[in-house]
Ligand binder design. Structure first.
Ligand SMILES: C[S@@+](CC[C@H](N)C(=O)[O-])C[C@H]1O[C@@H](n2cnc3c(N)ncnc32)[C@H](O)[C@@H]1O
Length: 266
């Protein structure tokens, strides 16, 4: 089994859209002012890194990821932009960072530990390469918080398969709720939690449309892997798509989801 979302061109586009859609929520209170060296673990195509570098002009950025495909894409994208001078990218093997101790004064992890086979080891490595008093922000999924009042059997089945795939693949779709314990076990201090809540209904139709659209793209990014591994078939996929069209049109649809962001210090 392979990485839930896959590494196709559409996934690069989805990560860019995701970073844009959730930018305000994720980055609102993330503060790297007075920090000089940032490590992003699981940088993907660099979508979050770009937001951070644009906001904090003093920061030098190192992005690491287990995927050569992502690292190559990220390097290529940054090649053509001014921010390139402040960045470097490195491919890593699972859970081992080729970086010396106490090197960075800040770190950022976003939507990564849910895929990691050993998230504690990733956090231990992060702790090792950070300087004393360095700040770390981690943002992760908590899929049990998902609520959709107009859900249908096909959407529910697709959602369950999506989560099952991740668990079968060694990941954890509810890692967000465990972050506090993991960070604390690895020696991080002053840990604080910020829930990132999407709660939309008929009060704001535009926001509801955007949230549902975002969610659909997220779920469909896994479709090829779910099909290949026989967790879903074409019939379920077709039903999921048509039911989803209906819930998007339904006046009464309420959608809720809460991701979890943690801030802590070494
Ligand atoms: C959903 S993407 C998020 C990318 C980026 N953080 C963002 O928000 O745009 C998850 C990334 O984590 C990487 N990844 C998965 N497990 C990892 C691990 N153990 N260490 C480092 N990167 C990992 C994947 O290759 C993928 O690029």
């Amino acid at each position: 089994m392979s990485y839930l979302h896959g590494y196709k061109a559409e996934e690069h586009e989805r990560l860019e859209n995701q970073a844009n859609y959730l930018q305000e929520a994720i980055h609102e209170t993330v503060d790297f002012s007075n920090r000089k060296s940032l490590l992003e673990i699981g940088c993907g195509t660099g979508a979050q890194g770009r937001v951070i570098l644009e906001k904090f002009s003093e920061l030098k950025y190192t992005g690491i990821d287990i995927s050569t495909i992502q690292i190559n894409k990220a390097s290529k994208i940054f090649e053509s932009i001014e921010l390139k001078k402040r960045t470097s990218f490195k491919q890593i093997t699972q859970n081992k960072f080729p970086l010396e101790n106490n090197r960075f004064d800040s770190a950022f992890i976003c939507w990564v530990l849910e895929h990691a086979k050993n998230p504690t080891q990733v956090i231990k490595e992060t702790h090792r390469v950070l300087q004393k008093n360095a700040v770390l922000y981690v943002t992760e999924v908590y899929n049990r918080s998902f609520f959709l009042n107009t859900i249908t059997p096909s959407i529910l089945q697709y959602w369950n398969c999506y989560n099952e795939y991740q668990i079968n693949n060694g990941g954890n779709p509810n890692i967000g709720i465990e972050l506090g314990q993991i960070l604390s076990n690895c020696g991080f201090k002053n840990i604080s939690t910020k829930p990132l809540i999407i709660h939309v209904d008929k009060r704001n139709k535009k926001e509801r449309f955007e949230a549902l659209e975002y969610w659909r793209n997220l779920l469909l990014s896994a479709k090829q892997n779910l099909l290949t591994n026989n967790l879903i078939d074409q019939k379920l996929l077709a039903n999921f798509k048509s039911d989803y069209e209906e819930i998007m049109k339904n006046e009464e649809t309420i959608f809720f989801y809460s991701a979890i962001q943690m801030k802590c210090f070494k």
